[in-house]
Design a protein around this ligand. Structure first.
Ligand code: MG
Length: 368
């Protein structure tokens, strides 16, 4: 029986993780649960799964560290932003496996996570659907034999809109994702395609490849979850219905597969389309490639600026087409000011001052 802690248990991935575990009560024991602020649901979950420990981050700053300090085999990280970075590093230092649904932990702290992994027995298992796909495709070869990783992208709610139409969309339009049922922040990131910038950086760390070896392919049906091209020209893809419970159960049961009977896909008469990403309409998709790799804190600046943009977009202060201009402006400012040193404390500090700077830039319309 695997002993599991779930960080972010009331969010989209957290509830779907519990949904998977509910089907396999003999395989998993949920030891601890942490949520950000949804106390009602957290208490319900704690009762149902009879957990030893549960706590809300909003009331208890040590909740995440306390939740992973029990004897556990696996932690599921489904929190937002960089809040769980310390807890993830603690787990790796204590040989606890990490099922990672959160992108920023690697995007911002990948260097620290992989330093910790050098002297650890733990594994980082991707829960992000594209990365789970690549992880599964890599079973048929090894990283040295990889030509490139191809991340598919649904293109989000607006993949077929023109620039004028994009200028007039609002937050609620952006929340209508065509294929996936996800949290609100990630659905907005999917609409701007900032999501793919995060995923390129995430893949770089997870699979130890260069950014040049990672490509993005728009695939509106979200059925091919990603592909790997090997050095002999063979391309391996992972195909399934878009259902996050599949990558979640793959990470939970790894190295085995769950006999889960999720609905399988029928490919007969399915039209699968693939396009190059449009950098004019969705420039955020390219931010990953534009970042100066000598500066490991720059992804933290970029993520903080994007977070503030998402908030400002939700309240109508900025337009959809402003995201890239604002994020780029904040990154350019910090690129001149930061050095190449990185630590958890510096990540948190840079995160805070980047948010401040982004709010100033938006407040004073300095990005127009
Ligand atoms: Mg994804």
């Amino acid at each position: 029986m695997k002993k599991v802690a779930i960080l972010g248990s009331t969010g989209s991935i957290g509830t779907q993780t519990l949904d998977v575990i509910r089907r396999y009560k003999n395989d998993f024991q949920v030891v601890s649960l942490v949520a950000y602020s949804n106390g009602t649901l957290l208490i319900e979950q704690a009762k149902e799964f009879n957990v030893k420990y549960y706590s809300l981050i909003k009331d208890n700053a040590n909740a995440l560290m306390e939740a992973v300090s029990f004897p556990i085999d696996l932690v599921v990280v489904a929190t937002r932003g960089i809040i769980a970075l310390n807890a993830v590093i603690y787990c790796i230092e204590h040989d606890i496996d990490v099922a990672l649904a959160n992108k920023e932990t690697l995007v911002c702290g990948g260097k620290l996570v992989y330093q910790a992994l050098e002297s650890s027995k733990s594994k980082v298992l991707p829960v992000d659907s594209e990365h789970s796909a690549i992880f599964q495709c890599l079973m048929s070869g090894n990283t040295k034999e990889v030509n490139k990783l191809i991340l598919t992208a649904s293109g989000g709610a607006f993949w077929d809109y023109n620039l004028d139409q994009l200028n007039n969309v609002d937050y609620f339009d952006a929340l209508k994702h065509p294929n996936w049922n996800m949290g609100s922040k990630i659905t907005i990131d999917s609409a701007t395609m900032f999501n793919k910038t995060l995923e390129v950086l995430e893949a770089k760390w997870l699979f130890n490849v260069s950014k040049k070896q990672i490509e993005i392919l728009v695939h509106p049906e979200s059925i091919v979850h990603s592909l790997v091209e090997f050095c002999d020209g063979s391309v391996v893809a992972q195909i399934a219905k878009p259902d996050m419970r599949l990558p979640i159960s793959y990470a939970l049961f790894y190295p085995e597969r769950a006999n889960s009977n999720f609905e399988t896909i029928n490919l007969i008469n399915k039209n699968l389309r693939f396009y190059e990403p449009d950098l004019i309409r969705f420039p955020c998709v390219n931010l990953a490639y534009e970042l100066n790799e000598e500066l490991p804190l720059l992804p933290t600046v970029m993520c903080a600026a994007n977070d503030v943009c998402v908030e400002s977009f939700s309240s109508g202060r900025i337009k959809f087409n402003d995201f890239y201009k604002i994020i780029k402006k904040v990154c350019n400012i910090f690129e001149k000011e930061i050095d190449n040193q990185i630590s958890v404390e510096r990540i948190y500090h840079i995160d805070a001052i980047s948010r401040q700077k982004t709010m100033e830039i938006i407040g004073e319309n300095e990005y127009k």
